[in-house]
Design a protein around this ligand. Structure first.
Ligand code: SAM
Length: 221
């Protein structure tokens, strides 16, 4: 296996991997619930994996990431901002605010509070926040594993569970065209109760889940 050349975002995400990974089911899940030509704020957009298909589906996407190298992969036709999510205030509201990639599962509770405050600050009164959370049932029992989809090998290695079974750490490896990318990730699982508790101070409540695993959450003011 060859370690691929790549730069890394401050959160450890390998930039070239996220520029090459397929988008998966998220854009279609989201397109299925968004109003036509929705204004969408994609927080932590990375290389635009979700932003690009939503833009192509006719939504008006604004992409935000703290990593310049990630944003360099985002189509210039998409409005983008190099900012920290925590302090973002664009002074306008959106039909949909996305917080994908398990950012809500940060182990830093203060950071989670700031992420959710930013979501609340940018969602329209009739809009929705879409969060992607770690699977609260599977992650506490996760073990080293490997799977393949659309030519990409996804491997989870060196899994470590915290004492209370809520904290989880693992190295996610992506092998794309023989090139190997690694991302050490730490997260804290949010079950339905913990999620509702995290959202409530921001005036947000869970309305429904978009997928069978209940990882894509729709929350509304
Ligand atoms: C795992 S990548 C996923 C990117 C994209 N959501 C996707 O699904 O392909 C997470 C992204 O969130 C960004 N990010 C993490 N914490 C951030 C923060 N506090 N402010 C802005 N961007 C952040 C990283 O720079 C990285 O590009």
């Amino acid at each position: 296996m060859t370690a691929a050349p790549t730069s890394y975002a401050p959160d450890g995400s390998p930039v070239e991997a996220f520029a090459r990974l397929p988008a998966g089911p998220a854009p279609d899940l989201l397109d299925g619930v968004l109003p036509p030509a929705a204004t969408v704020l994609d927080l932590g957009c990375g290389a635009g994996r979700i932003a690009h298909p939503l833009h192509q589906q006719g939504h008006r996407v604004t992409a935000v990431d703290q990593c310049r190298d990630m944003l360099d992969h985002v189509d210039p036709a998409i409005e983008s901002h190099q900012r920290d999510i925590e302090t973002l205030d664009l002074g306008r509201r959106f039909d949909a605010v996305l917080l994908a990639s398990f950012l809500v599962n940060t182990v830093d509770h203060d950071q989670r509070r700031q992420f959710l405050a930013t979501c609340a600050r940018h969602v329209a009164p009739t809009g929705a926040v879409y969060l992607q959370r770690l699977d609260p049932e599977l992650v506490p029992i996760a073990v080293d594993a490997e799977s393949e989809e659309a030519g990409v090998v996804y491997a989870m290695r060196d899994v470590h569970h915290g004492d209370d079974d809520r904290r989880f750490e693992a190295t996610m490896r992506f092998t794309i065209g023989g090139l190997d990318y690694a991302h050490r990730y730490a997260g804290e699982v949010l079950d339905d109760e913990a999620l509702a508790e995290a959202l409530a101070p921001h005036g947000l409540r869970v309305v429904r889940f978009l997928d069978g695993q209940r990882t894509w959450v729709e929350a509304r003011p």
